[in-house]
Design a protein around this ligand. Structure first.
Ligand SMILES: [Zn+2]
Ligand SMILES: [Zn+2]
Length: 388
């Protein structure tokens, strides 16, 4: 059998072989490089929110510390550029440290390992520039004696832009209005504060999955709060969260606001309204049988009431409360001093009018000379819990 020679460099197979496709080992690697990335890669990040494109989709960064963020964006762009330019025969790759890569001398066919490290950069102003030293080891043919081992300097330019979400946000865009109201009364100060906090906390959570879930604007109205939301689903989720905490009913309405010029589809704006119950802690209410209660607690499930005659507490779900016709009643609060106590009765003196009157002794600790809160409903008087 006659000796074969590399057609490129002429070395004989016994010295430079085994030949692959007529080439010696060295010429085969030279003719079939794996690291084909361009020396320059361009990428951008949003100057408003720090997000950047990963495989064409805007994503939020892992870090908001500017220098780390720039490296995160640059590395993402570098890896995408590497991946897109690898020799076709590379089917999978792994990123390792330069030290680990140094140690690798065997790989299955179709596999590459990559390391990169920044060797020169400035990140103090834009465009930020980072030059990486990239090294790849790979095997693309089973007859290869040695792995491909290629290096290249790749410079990544990071420019600033405004992502589509932020450009909508900065342009005042909103898709839905979330209206928070209370039934038959304006929203109270404490409720506004609690709802504001709940909404802020919930929006952070929503934004992790719905980038358009932002609050464009919050408007304080006499009757309640309006939140201008970037997405309808975010407005719905917030309404649900408020309902779970405070109870109430949710309604949606749609308003035609125009026609999209590009798609000629009609554009609607959604109003999601959540109306929380009118009851608040401390309210005096009565049911259809005339029992008088003080509201102890209100939540998404219902309300806790304390019967002012028996001093027993009960929890009513919203359905039951409605069936029992629980509603606020007119009442007058006053203060009275206990002037004498008997096992069944209490004698009191009104602190304003000095009138004296008697009440059935309630199941609470009373002492002579002390002043108590009294509430009068439909001509009857009841003790309220003593204020701390
Ligand atoms: Zn050769
Ligand atoms: Zn942005």
């Amino acid at each position: 059998m006659s000796e074969r020679f590399c057609y490129r460099c002429g070395i004989n197979e016994s010295e430079g072989g085994p030949l692959i496709d007529g080439l010696c080992q060295v010429c085969y690697r030279k003719e079939n490089p794996v690291l084909l990335v361009e020396g320059e890669v361009n990428t951008e990040l949003c100057q408003n929110c720090g997000s950047y494109k990963r495989r064409g989709v805007w994503v939020d960064p892992k870090t908001y510390e500017l220098e780390e963020l720039i490296f995160e964006v640059a590395e993402n762009a570098l890896l995408e550029a590497l991946e897109d330019s690898f020799n076709d025969k590379i089917r999978e790759y792994e990123v390792v440290s330069p030290e680990e890569l140094e140690e690798i001398d065997e790989l299955p066919v179709g596999r590459a390992v990559v390391s990169f490290e920044p060797i020169d950069f400035h990140v103090e102003y834009f465009p930020a520039v980072i030059t990486y030293n990239v090294r790849v080891k790979a095997r693309i043919h089973e007859l290869q004696r040695e792995l491909h081992d290629e290096r290249k300097h790749v410079t990544v330019y990071i420019r600033q832009t405004v992502c589509p979400r932020c450009s909508k946000f900065l342009g005042g865009y909103f898709e839905a209005i979330l209206q928070v109201r209370a039934e038959d009364r304006p929203l109270g100060e404490e409720e506004r504060k609690a709802i504001g906090e709940l909404v802020e906390e919930k929006v952070d959570e929503i934004m992790q999955r719905d980038r358009m879930g932002f609050i464009q604007d919050t408007i304080e109205k006499e009757e309640g709060l309006d939140f201008y939301m970037g997405s309808t689903s975010s407005a719905r989720k917030l309404a649900q969260a408020i309902k779970e905490r405070f109870g109430g009913t949710i309604n949606e309405a749609y308003e035609l606001v125009g026609v999209d010029r590009q798609t000629s589809k009609e554009v609607y704006r959604t109003s999601v309204s959540i109306r929380i119950p009118k009851f608040r802690r401390g309210d005096i209410v009565a049911d259809r049988r005339g029992n008088v209660y003080e509201v102890e607690r209100v939540d998404g499930k219902g309300l806790s009431l304390r019967n002012l005659s028996t001093w027993e507490s009960e929890h009513l779900d919203w359905k039951t409360a409605k069936r029992e016709k629980v509603d606020t009643v007119e009442h007058e609060e006053s203060e009275a001093m206990v002037t004498s106590l008997s096992p069944e009765e209490v004698q009191l003196m009104d602190m304003e009018t000095y009138e004296t009157y008697e009440l059935e002794r309630p199941p609470m600790g009373l002492s002579e000379g002390e002043v108590y809160r009294i509430v009068g409903v439909r001509g009857r008087k009841y003790f309220l819990e003593k204020k701390e």
